[in-house]
Design a protein around this ligand. Sequence first.
Ligand code: PLP
Length: 385
Amino acid sequence: MIYWDYNSTSPLRKRVKEKMASALDAQYANPNSSHSLGQSARHAIEKARRTLAKSMGCEPGELIFSASATESNLMALWGHWMLRSQQNPEFKKILASPIEHSSVHENLLCLQEKFGAQIVFTPLDKDGLVDLEKCEKLLSEGGYAFCTVMGAHNETGVIQPWQKLSEICKNAKVPYHSDLVQCFGRIPFKISESQISTGTISFHKAGGPKGVSVLYIRKGVQIEPVIRGGAQEKKRRAGTENILAIIGAEALAEEIEELNGVFSTSVKLARDRLEKEILASIPSAKIVGKNAPRIPNTSYIIFPGIKADAMVMNLDLQGACVGTGSACASGMVLPSRTLLQLGYSETDALGAIRFSFGPENLVEEVVRMTPLIQTAVSKLTSAAA
Ligand code: PLP
């Protein structure tokens, strides 16, 4: 199988698997128990927290473990909203990009529907980049509970100027949350070089385990704890930590420099070669965000007139797994919300395929895959005619 769906999730890297396997028998105790086995688990978790903090350029005490990026996003968004709206009922607005991942977007809609939050969507350019000047102007009008704009987009791969926006938010005294899920492992970054208040990191898109995420909370930033219960994570997120997944995340973080290196060289080379070959053989194809800064592993291509779900099935039958931006609801395929927001037609938004590579997808796979894509496109185009 050719697996080009890393932005959805990825296979475990070898070292991650090995470390998790050896911890299976050794680390079963509850890290919150005071006996020696519990303390050994606690020690493993705190060691992982230090390694993770180093890999993303922050302090260990600024990271809290959760069970998924969805959960980290929820804790940040609700946590900022609850604290800020309680501090000042005038803080009713939320500045957000209209193309956030559904784990952010749906929570914003919920805050709007249930608590009267007013969502102000940031203007975007045709590649989906936020307009910093307009953001600054909007924030200067006051009344914002917080701002949220992701680091890199899960469909297009376009990297937002999140560090610059974080400075603007800091100057406006508005907390800023950034969903950095698609950044970790793909592009080097140091959280300490930004001013974000909170940030979500995930590991399973880059060879790490599912079932764990970290929420970064800058020292001194307060958010209301949402997942309440036990006193874990200094009462900021209740629930027994997933120690095996945390150990797996640590193993991934230990390889972060090597991973960033592979992504910026061979993975980028493979992605660029794919785009060149597709454009040469299918001139109607449109590459979304081609001229914007993008994470090196992602290529989001519209094949006009083709239904993405049919293309996924066709490629699957030929031995290749790829993704789409469309979603399924009640058995209906819905066009990508992102592409509609970027001004593409509904037909284009139903015909986009996301190719997202991992470290082992190199040029040889592109050479094998290009004719498969060409065959699928010509077959599906003639079927539609
Ligand atoms: N944020 C982004 C940008 C994502 O791409 C994803 C997953 O696709 C998530 C959040 C949610 O991740 P999870 O499903 O692991 O909670």
